[in-house]
Write a protein that binds this ligand. Structure first.
Ligand code: NAD
Length: 437
């Protein structure tokens, strides 16, 4: 392919060199003439392992050239990658001025080009930026419509500085967001031969994936460091702890616990977080992440409450009382916290939970109900349908399979707040909302 690349920083120069090495013809563009000159003389404009050799050989073989003239580069190529910087403003907001500027230049150049041209955004931009900022500028300056005169895709970059060249050839994944499948297919051809899972999706979702990744990486760093500080204060080798932690691919380094849903609860997580945080405080450790877990969890319970209050309907039915299906353990159930708040506001509540059958309940859980939440036991129904008939608001609280079969029994005047994504696709006459999706 004939490719132009806007911006020859870390992402642009590595992409330019690696794509040229794959046999594509690449024209790099930067407004900084010094970077352009360096490439044309066969030197790398940024320090990156293995990049000097790649640039030198591909410039020599004439597969890679650079220019400050964006318009000329667009005329001579079929696809343009945008790799300009997206720094932050002092208030933390994203500075998209380079993106806006280059979009104007590309749009203007396209106004003079007859052929369909594809633009691929590789810079990190907030969800919605491609559709709401970049496409309108391209359309305005080109006088063409997106999907007719030009195509657009978002293809986030996952390289890490210092191992960028290696990461280009061995990415963790390739993600291509596009509105038109043919545009996505065309972008995928850039990476033919590179072994990595390929995800084709829509623009906004692809933009979000990049932020999700980076926030998670930061979360991991902060988590590891906070655990490190606790271990150090206790005279425990934090690396030995994390070595064992990382061996657990079932619950720790896995997809477990990562799907958006409702607040955590149960007899272990809340208590153990509080105990560790309390001990850390007594060791004078400042651990904002650890201390944020309980408030963040509580904020989601408050959010659920707001969603229900917002509906202005008093009769609420809860499907599921325990924090997950298949247990009768009610200790620290976030659903009970939600119910108690609603009761305090005078809501008329009924509850069904197959596993919390009061007649069958024994031992510690019966004691817990009798002593701690006797006011709730009176609200329990023994039949799911009785709760559905009562409820103007239905809250699906756990993944009991029976709950996935309720939707064709609901009517348009009922509202469902689903806390567990009981089904991937819900079809119902009722008004349906997922708590965090
Ligand atoms: N650096 C990384 O490791 C990395 C990894 C993944 C994603 N990203 C994202 O990729 C984007 C680029 O990052 P980077 O580190 O390569 O940035 P960078 O600052 O190193 O390079 C950006 C380049 O764009 C050029 N530029 C700006 N406006 C231009 C214009 N109108 N015309 C031509 N050139 C122009 C600048 O002169 C500069 O050389 C950012 O959105 C960043 O968040 C970076």
């Amino acid at each position: 392919m004939k490719i132009s690349i806007m911006g020859l920083g870390y992402v642009g120069s590595v992409s330019a060199a690696c794509l040229a090495q794959k046999g594509h013809r690449v024209i790099g563009v930067d407004k900084d003439a010094a970077k352009v000159n360096m490439i044309n003389e066969g030197f790398a404009p940024v320090i990156e392992d293995a990049l000097p050799q790649l640039i030198e050989s591909n410039v020599r073989e004439k597969r890679l050239t650079a220019t400050t003239d964006a318009a000329q580069a667009i005329m001579e190529t079929e696809i343009t990658l945008i790799c300009v910087g997206t720094p932050d403003h002092t208030n933390g907001s994203l500075d998209v001025s380079h993106i806006e500027r280059i979009s104007q230049e590309i749009g203007t150049a396209l106004s003079a080009k007859a052929e369909y041209h594809r633009i691929v955004v590789r810079s990190t931009v907030l969800p919605g930026t491609v559709s709401d900022t970049i496409v309108p500028i391209l359309e305005k300056y080109s006088g063409k419509r997106c999907g007719e005169g030009f195509g657009i895709a978002f293809n986030p970059e996952f390289l890490r500085e210092t191992t960028a060249v290696r990461d280009f050839y061995h990415p963790p994944k390739t993600v291509i967001g596009a509105a038109i499948p043919a545009d996505a297919d065309h972008v995928a051809r850039l990476y033919e031969g590179i072994e990595a899972p390929l995800f084709k999706t829509d623009l906004k979702l692809a933009e979000m994936v990049k932020y999700c990744d980076n926030v998670f990486h930061a979360l991991k760093v902060v988590f590891g460091n906070e655990i490190g500080l606790i271990c150090k204060a206790l005279g425990i080798d934090s690396h030995a702890v994390m070595d064992i932690f990382c061996q657990d691919r079932q619950l720790n380094l896995s997809a477990a616990y990562l799907k958006p849903g409702f607040a955590f609860g149960g007899s272990c997580l809340p208590k153990d977080i509080k105990a560790l945080a309390y001990m850390a405080k007594h060791k004078d450790l400042d651990l904002p992440l650890l201390n944020a877990l309980i408030p963040s969890n509580q904020a989601l319970i408050n959010y659920a409450l707001e969603r229900i209050l917002h509906r202005n309907r008093r009769r609420v039915g809860f499907l599921g009382l325990a924090f997950k299906a298949g247990t009768d353990d009610l200790r620290n159930s976030p659903i009970i916290a939600l119910i108690e708040q609603l009761l305090g506001k005078g809501f008329d509540i009924r509850i069904y939970d197959h596993h919390v059958n009061l007649g069958r309940l024994r031992g510690a859980n019966k004691k817990f109900i009798d002593e701690r939440i006797p006011h709730i036991s009176g609200l329990m129904e023994d039949q799911l349908d009785k709760v559905l008939q009562h409820a103007q608001v239905v809250v699906v609280g756990n993944r009991d399979r029976a709950f996935s079969r309720i939707f064709d029994r609901l009517t348009a005047d009922q509202y469902v707040l689903d806390l567990v994504r009981i089904q991937e696709e819900v079809q119902t006459a009722a008004e349906y909302e997922g708590i965090s999706w």
